[in-house]
Design a protein around this ligand. Sequence first.
Ligand code: PMV
Length: 310
Amino acid sequence: MAVASAPGKIIVLGEHAVVFGQPALALAINLRISCRVRPSKGFLLNGTSLSERTHPYIFSSVQRAWPGGPLDIETSSGFPTGSGMGSSAAVTVACLAALSSAVGKGMEEKDIASQAFEVESQVQGRASPIDTSVSTHGRGILVASKPGEGFLWHIQKDTREWFVHHCEVPQLSFVVGYTGINAPTGPLVAKVKRYSDHTTFARDIIKEIGQLTVEGVRRLRANDVQGLGELMTRDHKLLAILGVSHPRLDKLVQASLPYSYGAKMTGAGGGGSMIALTDSPEKVAQAIRMKGGTPFLVRTGEPGVRIDQG
Ligand code: PMV
C-alpha cells in the first residue's frame, strides 16, 4: 500500500497566456488531495470501477505509470473539484507519486511533474505545465520562456517549451472565492486558442498578460504588495476581455476590491474561483459570502507532493 498527497494552487498571474509560452506565477496552498493505492481484484476508484470516461486523470496516470496488477485507489480532497484550485493536477500528481512509491521507485520531482503534465495535456487536449509543476514542487513556481535563477526543469510539447523555476515568495494573505460553478479547463483553453488564431487583438492581450506577469514577479521580489495587487486586478480585466471570466467571478472580484490590494479570477475561469490579495481576510471572506461565493482563507508557499505512507 502507498499513500501520497499533493497541494492545490492559486495562479497569481499569467493563466491562459502561459499556454502560449508566456510566463506565469503560481503558489501552492494548504489544501491538499490525498491518494492511496493498494492491490485488489479489479481496478477500483473510490469503490467504483475505474473508467476512462469518468476518471480520466487517474485512468491515464495508471496507464502511464503502473506496470502491475489491479489496484484499489482511493482519493480524498480538501477542496472542491473543478474549483480552479488545481484539483485535477493535484489528484494526478498524488496518484503518480503513490504509484511510484508502490513500484518501489524513489520519487523524482522532475519525473512526476513531467508525467503529470503529459496526463493533463492528454485529458485536456492542451495544457501548460504550471498546475502540475506547482503541485509537485510546492511553494512558488515561475514558468518562463528562458532559464533563469531558481531553474528546476524544462518541459516541451510540440513547438512550445517552458522553463520551470522555484520562486521565493514572502508570506502573503490570499482569500479564494469559489463561485460554485465547475467549469472544465479544456474548452476554455480551446476558446482562447480560437480567439488568438483569429485576431491580433487577442494575441496582443496574451502578450500584455506576459509583460504584466514579469512586472508582477519584480514587484513581489521587492515586497511591493500594493503594486502586485494592482497588476492582479489589471490581469483580471484582460482575462475578461479574452472571454474566460464569468459574471459571478466579476461580482466576487468587485466585492473584494474595497478590502484588497487586488483581485482576479484564478485558473481557467468560466466559473471556478477568484483570489484576493489582502490584509483583511475576514472582511474579504464576508464580502464574498454576501455575494453568494464560498471563501477559503488559504496559506501559500506550502510543500509540494509527498509520500505519506510508503
Ligand atoms: O485548470 P485550472 O483551472 O487550474 O487552469 C489552468 C491554467 C490554464 O492556464 C488556464 C491552463 C493551463 O494548462 O495552463
